[in-house]
Design a protein around this ligand. Structure first.
Ligand code: PLP
Length: 410
């Protein structure tokens, strides 16, 4: 009898399973719209030219080695990351109350932040503090907070499926009715999976209620630059909350905007009340990291730090991000135009109204199943598609297939 005999089998992670099914599909014409990564118009992964360049610089720099990094990570990476989200001239940075923890991707930043909050926020080890995530959200949010020990994970209203837009009234009502001190995970921009963000005016109202109701803001910034193609604009919400005086966390991922998915480059920016609070808080973060991964990997962090701290490389990176954002915009415009030209029933304006990498198509689970089984087009059961999975070569096939799904399957 094995000591592992009682280990239950658990379900595979949907997005990885989808890619596996796609890879195993022998059909010659197939499209993967499920993957959460950028693809070129040739359907290939893209190593950003600026990343290639910086990697060469790193290889030839004899001053670098493979010694351990400090527990909290590469100092220049941490500060450059915080500056990119909070802004060069952020008063909070000038007041020495911003700190950071280099983490393993955005997921690692959420995890370290969640572990800290469970230990020290709203009382010690208060696992009952409600954690609110948007309905719907990136599927890992619930699990990360649950695995940190939080037992009361709830959702706040976000998506209005009839309007195919933001349920702002429902969102505000949840902010008003939740217990004080609840934690709210907010997508900084390019909401995954809906592609719908609050407007600046709506963010202002959200911030006001959250301040009055003493709610904790935990931003998740996984797509800075992807929403609008402009880094400043995509950080607007985070900066607004900082300007209101919130103490808050912001998990940053450089997986998408640097294309450094497997290097696991993330940062947890912490905005504290003052330098003294920050010092104590970072000392505890250090203990949490020490028992989690001890210290982080250097390669991706070096790439990001070198890029962000050089005027020339920074400008090259911004162009690379714009290249990706523009391709997504082009695919959005083309898909909508093709569906309209086909006379596909329904209104397809949401495809161009949504932003970021994903589109929440509004296709129902049966239509999704039809697309996978009959057309070999792989997408998430929620109807979410990655716009980068579309190319000028497969877009006609995808549009016609969506048309067939909508007209044949109800
Ligand atoms: C909303 C959101 N947060 C966080 C992440 C995690 O990113 P990373 O791969 O850097 O852990 C993702 C990745 O898909 C995401 O969509």
């Amino acid at each position: 009898m094995s000591v592992f005999a009682d280990v239950p089998q658990t379900a595979p992670v949907a997005v990885f399973k989808l890619t596996q099914d796609f890879n195993n599909d022998p059909f010659p014409i197939k499209v993967n719209l499920g993957v959460g990564a950028y693809r070129t118009d040739e359907g290939q992964p893209w190593v950003l030219p600026v990343v290639k360049k910086v990697e060469k610089v790193i290889v030839h720099d004899d001053r670098l080695n493979h010694e351990y990094l400090p527990i909290l990570g590469l100092p220049e990476f941490r500060s450059a990351s915080s500056r990119i989200v909070l802004g060069e001239s952020s008063p909070a940075i000038k007041e020495n109350r911003v700190g950071a923890v280099q983490c393993l991707g955005g997921t690692g930043a959420l995890k370290i932040g969640a572990e800290f909050l469970r230990r020290f926020y709203n009382g010690n080890n208060n696992t009952r503090t409600p954690v609110y995530v948007s309905a719907p959200t990136w599927e890992n949010h619930n699990a990360v907070f649950a695995s940190a020990g939080f037992v009361d994970i709830r959702s706040y209203k976000y998506w209005d499926s009839v309007k195919r837009g933001l349920d702002f009234v429902g969102f505000l009502a949840d902010l008003e009715s939740c217990p004080e001190h609840s934690i709210f995970v907010l997508h900084a921009c390019a909401h995954n999976p809906t592609g719908i963000d609050p407007t600046q005016d709506q963010w202002k109202q959200i911030a006001k209620v959250m301040m009055r109701r003493k709610l904790f803001v935990f931003f998740d910034s996984a797509y800075q630059g992807f929403a609008s193609g402009n880094l400043e604009k995509d950080a607007w919400a985070v900066r607004h909350f900082v300007s209101m005086g919130f103490e808050m966390f912001c998990a940053q991922s450089f997986s998408k905007n640097f294309g450094l998915y497997n290097e696991r480059v993330g940062n947890l920016t912490v905005v504290a009340r003052d330098a003294d609070n920050l010092k104590r808080l970072l000392s505890q973060m250090e203990m949490i990291v020490r028992t989690t991964w001890s210290n982080p990997p250097s390669q991706g962090a070096r790439v990001v730090a070198i890029t962000l701290t050089s005027t020339q490389l920074f400008s090259e990176w911004k162009n690379n991000v714009k290249t990706m954002a523009d391709r997504v915009l082009l695919m959005r415009a083309q898909l909508k135009a093709k569906l309209q030209a086909l006379g596909t029933p329904g209104i397809w304006d949401h495809i161009t109204e949504q932003i970021g990498m994903f589109s929440f198509t509004g296709l129902n689970p049966k239509q999704v199943e039809y697309l996978i089984k009959e057309k070999h087009i792989y997408l998430m059961a929620s109807g979410r598609i990655n716009m980068c999975g579309l190319t000028t070569k497969n877009i006609d096939y995808v549009a016609q297939s969506i048309h067939d799904a909508v007209t044949k399957v109800h």
